[in-house]
Ligand binder design. Structure first.
Ligand code: ATR
Length: 295
């Protein structure tokens, strides 16, 4: 894996043959699979540009945008913890980014820095591909909706017309902003704390259950849900890329299961199309992601 660039080394990366013209910014960023997925799509499209990982410290998003723009970058992806700062640092953001309260994809146009968010559509396409599941009219429970990823997925579910949306979080107070934003658009969600005695019944009543907590990142993390609320009628989507206790329990209960890999793919495809509107990068990106996942 290539060492990430920094703002100090960016000019060097952006010069010479095969210059860097796209990046994913985050902190930390070395683990990101985005370069392994985006570069094959650039190569296949015959675009002479490199997609790199760029380490950006908290508070430096605006400076990073200015530097990338100065060096001729086409755009960038934005990941944790910069998605909220990126919303502020753009000149223009579309309705999707505004609704989701965060930006994950940026384009440096000559007249403006434009931002969007492809996490919601990435999630929607992932559950369609994994489960043949349509969000419109569905019942969905989001575990960890108080975090950034959960909030974006929840906002997208409301936009996509789900009929029931349960927002569960360890800290109930952290749901209030999201709940208010959804209410202001006329959408009523149900909120519940993870330690509520009714959690299993309230969450288990939904067709699609989504984990957006960070529980599962470490191999010994417990599941955020009691195993007895899962059954064979559920579709369980974990935004974490690796096997988790939740998916293990869901598999045992006979539920359909998928992890966050497909969401990574589909948000990446939508980002590529934000930069290159007439492109069809999906096959190349899927192959890149498969190659990156080989041991
Ligand atoms: P981000 O905003 O990047 O998504 P985050 O702020 O760390 O990440 O939030 C991750 C989510 O995981 C939150 O919903 C968090 O719950 P709190 O809002 O109560 O902090 C949840 N989370 C993290 N550790 C958890 C744990 N041990 N049990 C349950 N939920 C947890």
């Amino acid at each position: 894996m290539e060492t990430p660039a920094t703002l100090a080394t960016l000019a060097e990366a952006a010069s010479g043959p095969h210059p860097a013209r796209l990046a994913v910014i985050g902190h930390p960023i070395a683990h990101s699979l985005s370069p392994r997925m985006q570069q094959p799509a650039l190569d296949e499209a015959g675009i002479d540009a490199r997609y790199i990982a760029l380490e950006v410290a908290p508070g430096e998003v605006k400076a990073a945008f200015a530097r990338m723009r100065e060096l001729g970058f086409i755009g960038c992806n934005v990941t944790v913890p910069h998605k909220f700062d990126a919303l502020e640092a753009c000149d223009e953001v579309d309705d999707i980014a505004r609704d989701l309260g965060a930006v994950n994809t940026v384009r440096f146009d000559p007249d403006a820095i434009r931002g969007t968010n492809t996490d919601g559509i990435g999630f929607e396409r992932a559950v369609e591909e994994a489960f043949d599941f349509k969000l419109a009219g569905a019942d969905v429970a989001i575990i960890g909706a108080g975090g950034g990823a959960g909030g974006a997925i929840a906002a997208h579910c409301a936009r996509a017309g789900v009929s029931v949306l349960v927002l569960a979080n360890r800290t109930l107070a952290k749901l209030s902003d999201l709940d208010r934003r959804l209410n202001s658009r006329g959408f009523e969600a149900l909120t519940i704390a993870l330690d509520d005695p009714d959690l299993a019944a309230v969450v288990g009543a939904n067709q699609l259950i989504v984990n957006t907590t960070s529980l599962g990142l470490r191999p010994d993390d417990p599941s955020p849900l009691p195993a007895d609320c899962l059954n064979g009628s559920h579709c369980v989507f974990d935004t974490i890329y690796k096997p988790t206790a939740l998916l293990r329990d869901a598999g045992k209960a006979g539920a359909k299961c998928a992890n966050g890999r497909l969401m990574l793919l589909h948000q990446g495809v939508a980002a590529f199309r934000f930069w290159f509107p007439d492109s069809d990068p999906e096959a190349a990106m899927r192959a890149g992601l498969d190659a990156a996942s080989q041991p």
